[in-house]
Design a protein around this ligand. Structure first.
Ligand SMILES: [Zn+2]
Length: 303
């Protein structure tokens, strides 16, 4: 699933292409993609793009009349920049957005169609699509610590919960925990202040480094190679390969359709996470599927 670094680089690529351009029309090949009925989609036709914004893992395109097209790519949705009026492939291309200077094509591989498009009006409309997690890169240690310890969750669950933190998913949470040398199953309220600080530093470093790296890789082109498995990641997607820090084999926890990767030597004092207590924990406090977490309703501020 595209996470903060991927989405940030998509948005930069879109800013340089569609900001100030007019959206001529949207071609919707899969009606299921659109999750709203009012305002009608045709009300966006002929409107100029005034802003682009990231809302969690979503990409929001702001048009005249305060209309916002909001795309969630989920696991398999990807964007492509094509010549104006580009034909949609018969399969796996649910929508195209025709601008005066080119066409933005959405594709979604696989049979599970999870990507979504919402059309909302104004800041109020955008807020309904925001799970409410803090923007980690703009937050200080105190706000980070408060969000982290608001409830007692496993670190893996807390980091990937969009109601706590905006834009972090399965891949970057693995990388962050490895950088901070913390176990994915440690409970957030068991962390001491030094550990919270090192987690905070790891979040800032990993997300900033990867955004820069993906930006450099794109070299001004539209990002076409968006994947959760990146060359250069320390542990994510690297089960059985050597940890770049200590050389031990990267381990995994498999649960539902997810896999979490970690280095036992760097993160868990050499302990393999496979005992019975872990199974219980995985039932109770683990992201069952990331799609499920993304679909959770917004948490009320008081809770
Ligand atoms: Zn290691």
């Amino acid at each position: 699933m595209p996470e903060l670094p991927d989405v940030a680089v998509y948005i930069e690529a879109l800013e340089s292409r569609i900001l100030g351009q007019t959206l001529e029309r949207i071609r919707l090949a899969s009606p299921f993609l659109l999750r709203t009925v009012d305002p009608p989609l045709a009300s966006t036709h002929g409107r100029k793009v005034l802003a682009l914004r990231r809302v969690g893992k979503r990409i929001a395109i702001g048009l005249e009349e305060d209309l916002w097209l909001v795309l969630h790519l989920m696991i398999a949705g990807r964007l492509h920049w094509r010549e104006r009026g580009a034909k949609l492939a018969r399969k796996n291309a649910p929508a195209a957005f025709d601008f005066t200077n080119g066409t933005l094509v959405l594709t979604e591989a696989g049979s599970q169609k999870r990507a979504s498009l919402h059309l909302v009006r104004g800041a109020e409309g955008l807020r309904t699509l925001d799970a409410g997690g803090i923007e980690v890169l703009g937050s200080g240690l105190a706000a980070f610590s408060a969000a982290l310890t608001a409830a007692n969750h496993t670190l893996k669950r807390a980091l990937t919960d969009p109601r706590l933190f905006s834009g972090i998913g399965n891949a970057y949470s693995d990388e962050i925990l490895h950088r901070a040398r913390l176990s994915p199953v440690t409970l957030t309220r068991k962390l001491n202040p030094e550990q919270i600080h090192s987690l905070y530093d790891a979040v800032q470093a990993v997300l900033t480094e990867w955004t820069g790296r993906l930006r450099t890789e794109a070299r001004g082109q539209f990002p076409e190679k968006v994947t959760a498995f990146r060359e250069g990641m320390a542990v994510h997607g690297r089960y059985g390969q050597p940890c770049p820090v200590c050389g031990a084999k990267v381990q995994r926890i498999r649960y539902a359709s997810n896999e979490t990767n970690y280095c036992a030597r760097c993160q868990t004092g050499g302990k393999l996470l496979a005992d019975r207590a872990l199974s219980r924990l995985l039932r109770e406090d683990w992201p069952r599927t990331l799609e499920e977490l993304e679909d959770l309703p917004r948490r009320r501020a008081q809770q």
